[in-house]
Design a protein around this ligand. Structure first.
Ligand code: MSP
Length: 671
């Protein structure tokens, strides 16, 4: 069981430029964990901020022709604005130029000095201003910093040193004794092997510029920016209210892999020297890479602006993409095609579709009122929440947020399957209907609660539409609650620009970016003959004219519902590219699309006056039918009845004769 409080931090960003994707990614990852902790009722403190001192900032300010303070003040607004927009739920925002930070950093320095761990020396070395650190000759690649691909500057100066070497063994023992101290293992092993080698003392002051915190005992020197910056994790707990006793040691420092050594060796060394407890965990995420596998970085000119993605999609779509697409702790390539694919399939077709159909069914069948939770046996038996909740948080505790979301999506899909199986549009018994739709809304209540750490806005919208409140996870175990369901608005609509992009031929998109509907080849056919299958009671064997010159043989499970003579001469819609199969000895090349109605009837969808052979389309989706479609490919493009029309993601299916109509209830599926 997790403890009752949780303190989580991110790296504090350098505001030498505007924030980019890597900054946004890290804050969203940390936010997921902060929100997940709050959802379980843990008292949570979440800190982010800015690392405002040092040579790099001084140089950027000089270039802009303003004072360093004015420079960082302006940038701070931009960073804070982005993080608010991204719904990063930080409780505090520390800036290292604040006095509350200065006073603790000085204090920490004094404690380390009083411990006898600071001495004056002379340093000469290759300094990377972008990293704000000295590089050893083995770290240089072709005389350049490997991260920034820039030449280093030789710096030779008198400075104060911190006896980091003294703490090497203690740090190594700590890492060995605490397997969770560094996540993931790959990074832990990297540090352990570096700790086998020599650990050099650290130069912790500079005297060639003055944008920093002057040393209390030698104001000609300012504190080295890293010694200064690392102490933010503690300084922020002291003022305005001292909450350090509640929240130190920190439960989780979230950082990128480039600053691993600072957080797992230097910071622990400083804390050991000054007599503070060590943090419980350093969580190390990978880099966001561009499509060529290079780190996204301002100086490489390959950054995608997070705001652009937010404008094109939404905050939650970007958050979801970060959390689901990049494996925890690993590098990942940022791909708009992947984002687009997930937008359609996981968000639109899995989640959006579930919300839409459940809301519509509760409206049409129950007038919008449904009771949820309590001892609904349908929910408990068919979609038991407990297992999913436990797996979700187990993954979150193991810092595997992408796996937590996978668990959640298993549940979303199971809820869609449940709706198909129980087909509430066909149920007329009021008690059964209340139980089944209560289970549908109940499942969405579980989903919204687990979704909140990743997609807070979407979770709120789901809750608002279905009429329940979002609260701690434990609420799910409470008594039944009445819900008043509203009309659902599409949550992940087809985007305007996408309609335009795909309207043109080809669309210039990669194959991963094909909408699931585009892969379907639904054609109008006419049934020329119908006879009983020799070996399967439910099947007809049909000969269907699809305008191909030769009729196709298709087996259709309609015998319980219709007579052969009702079918002959009738126009139907056929999924023409379904992988051919042999059903009990009879070949079948395609599937007749039908919908089930509340009176129990299953009827083929009537394409009206459309021409035989004609392709059925959805506006804005350029057809790109697969040669041989699998059943699971078909299921990825759910077709639903809404207001008497067959729709795909709220858009009508069309032929040249107009919208495809279907005499079945709202929410019924076509399959
Ligand atoms: N100021 C230091 C951190 C001090 S913490 C006491 C710093 N700042 S930074 O602005 O360069 O980076 C802030 C965080 O963003 C770091 O954790 C860094 O790893 C992360 N990222 C910067 N670019 C990144 C990607 N392309 N991808 C993912 N995160 C990366 O380092």
């Amino acid at each position: 069981m997790p403890g009752d409080r949780f303190y989580i931090t991110t790296a504090i960003d350098y505001p030498n430029s505007v924030p980019h994707m890597g900054h946004a990614y890290e804050k969203v990852v940390a936010d997921f964990y902060a929100r997940a902790a709050r959802a379980r009722g843990r008292r949570t403190h979440f800190l982010i901020g800015l690392d405002e001192h040092g040579q790099k900032i001084q140089e950027a300010a000089d270039k802009a022709g303003v004072s360093a303070q004015a420079f960082v003040d302006e940038k701070a607004g931009i960073f804070e604005h982005l993080y608010q927009l991204l719904e990063v739920s930080n409780d505090d925002f520390i800036r290292t130029s604040e006095e509350r930070h200065h006073s603790f950093a000085r204090d920490l320095y004094s404690k380390v000095r009083d411990r006898g761990d600071i001495y004056k020396g002379f340093y000469e070395g290759d300094y990377c201003i972008s990293c704000e650190k000295f590089l050893t000759p083995t770290e240089l690649v072709d005389g350049k910093c490997p991260i920034h691909d820039r030449p280093t500057t030789v710096i030779r100066e008198e400075s104060y040193f911190f006896r980091l070497s003294k703490y090497r063994d203690q740090i190594r023992q700590h890492i060995e004794a605490n397997p969770d101290f560094i996540f993931p293992d790959e990074r832990r092993n990297e540090i352990l092997s570096r700790l086998d080698g020599e650990v050099r003392d650290l130069s912790i002051s500079r005297s060639t510029f003055d944008w920093g915190i002057p040393l209390p005992d030698d104001p000609e020197h300012v504190l080295y920016v890293w010694f200064d910056a690392l102490s933010n994790y503690y300084s922020a707990l002291l003022q305005p209210n001292d909450i350090s006793a509640d929240f130190w040691p920190c439960d989780c420092h979230v950082i990128g892999k480039d600053i691993l050594w600072f957080h797992t060796v230097i910071w622990p060394g400083m804390l050991l020297s000054a007599g503070y407890e060590l943090p419980r965990q350093v969580y190390v995420h990978g880099f966001i890479l561009d499509k060529d596998g290079r780190k996204m970085a301002k100086h490489l000119g390959n950054v995608v602006d997070p705001l652009e993605v937010v404008r094109e999609y939404s905050v939650d779509v970007l958050r979801y993409y970060f959390l689901r697409s990049f494996s925890s702790g690993k590098d990942g390539k940022f791909s708009m095609a992947d984002l687009e694919e997930r937008y359609h399939s996981e968000l639109g077709n899995d989640l959006g579709n579930l919300v839409m159909r459940v809301a519509k069914l509760v409206q049409t069948k129950l007038g919008g009122a449904v009771e949820v939770g309590g001892d609904n046996a349908e929910l408990a038996d068919r979609l038991p929440p407990r297992q999913t909740v436990e797996r979700f948080f187990r993954a979150a505790d193991a810092r595997e947020h992408n796996r937590a979301l996978e668990e959640l999506w298993e549940y979303v899909r199971a809820a869609n399957v449940y709706m198909n199986d129980r087909a509430p549009w066909r149920i007329n018994d009021p008690a059964e209907l209340a139980a089944v739709l209560g289970a549908g809304v109940g499942a969405l209540r579980v989903i919204a609660h687990l979704l909140e750490p990743a997609m807070p806005e979407t979770a709120r919208r789901v809750a608002d539409t279905l009429g329940f409140a979002l609260g701690p996870i434990d609420d799910l175990d409470g008594p039944a609650i009445p819900c008043q369901v509203k009309v659902a608005e599409p949550m992940f609509p087809r985007r305007e620009s996408e309609k335009k992009e795909r309207g043109g031929k080809g669309g210039g998109k990669s194959s991963g970016d094909v909408d699931p509907f585009a892969k379907l080849e639904i054609r109008v056919g006419r049934i020329e003959s119908a006879g009983d299958h020799p070996d399967a009671d439910q099947l007809f064997v049909l000969a269907v004219d699809l305008g191909e010159g030769e009729n196709r043989s298709i087996c259709a499970g309609l015998r319980e519902h219709l007579k052969a003579e009702d079918l002959i001469g009738r126009k139907v819609m056929v999924l023409a590219n379904l992988k051919p199969a042999v059903l009990r000895g009879v070949p079948s090349a395609g599937m007749v699309l039908a919908s089930d109605r509340s009176d129990g009837a299953v009827i083929p969808v009537d394409p009206g006056n459309a021409e035989v052979g004609e392709l059925i389309t959805v506006e804005g989706i350029e057809p790109a039918p697969k040669k041989k479609l699998s059943k699971s490919n078909f299921e990825k493009a759910p077709l639903l009845v809404a207001n008497g029309v067959v729709t795909y993601r709220d858009q009508p299916l069309r032929s040249s004769a107009g919208e495809i109509r279907c005499d079945a209830e709202d929410g019924a599926t076509v399959r």
